[in-house]
Design a protein around this ligand. Structure first.
Ligand SMILES: CC(C)(COP(=O)(O)OP(=O)(O)OC[C@H]1O[C@@H](n2cnc3c(N)ncnc32)[C@H](O)[C@@H]1OP(=O)(O)O)[C@@H](O)C(=O)NCCC(=O)NCCS
Length: 163
């Protein structure tokens, strides 16, 4: 397993099934509609990274690569509530973006609910721009939802830029 040691006792690596209990705990604490285990299992074929602090998982990110479209989509990111506001999500996404650049992926996208102001701020800080707005009309309970599609154009890898 490729482990990348960072400062302050942090490290980042690919997820395995053994991480699911903790990842699913963080997921339940972070989303009103948590993922079931099978979703995480199928994400093992994607870029599925976990960030550890002193050997405890504090957050994860899952990014799917569509090679034929030379595009990637960030499907899920969450940080344990006790560890938010300390740069964990920034580390997870930046590591993921570096991996995508190495794979010569040109564009990354994600969907974010309009009400997730913190997440939108995070993505803007990393250079993502709003590319589209999707409005789901209100259902009979009056709950409509608006999402931004946010997009980041990635620089070319050094290898590709030289060719
Ligand atoms: C969104 C989330 C992943 C951010 O994780 P985090 O580790 O706290 O984020 P970071 O500390 O790396 O924040 C990086 C930057 O994002 C912005 N940001 C992150 N959370 C923010 C918040 N709640 N309010 C305002 N800005 C926020 C800030 O600009 C921050 O930089 P700064 O601290 O230098 O100002 C985390 O709050 C979370 O897990 N939320 C629940 C799940 C979720 O909403 N996922 C995203 C779905 S699209």
């Amino acid at each position: 397993m490729n482990v990348n040691a960072l400062d302050h006792g942090k490290s980042i690596r690919s997820a395995t099934e053994e991480d699911f209990d903790r990842v699913m705990e963080i997921d339940r604490l972070s989303f009103s509609a948590p993922w079931i285990e099978n979703f995480f299992k199928s994400a093992l074929k994607d870029i599925f990274l976990v960030l550890e602090k002193e050997r405890e998982i504090v957050g994860y990110v899952i990014t799917c690569v569509c090679h034929d479209l030379e595009k990637a989509v960030i499907l899920r990111i969450a940080v344990h509530p006790d560890h938010r506001g300390k740069g964990a999500a920034g580390i997870l996404i930046r590591t993921c973006l570096d991996m995508l650049i190495q794979k010569d992926i040109g564009v990354v996208e994600l969907d974010v609910e309009l009400i997730s102001r913190g997440a939108i701020r995070l993505y803007e800080k990393l250079g993502f721009k709003i590319a589209n707005v999707i409005v789901f009309p209100s259902d009979f309970t009056g709950n409509g939802e608006t999402f931004y599609v946010m997009r980041l154009v990635l620089p070319k890898s050094e290898e590709q830029a030289m060719s």
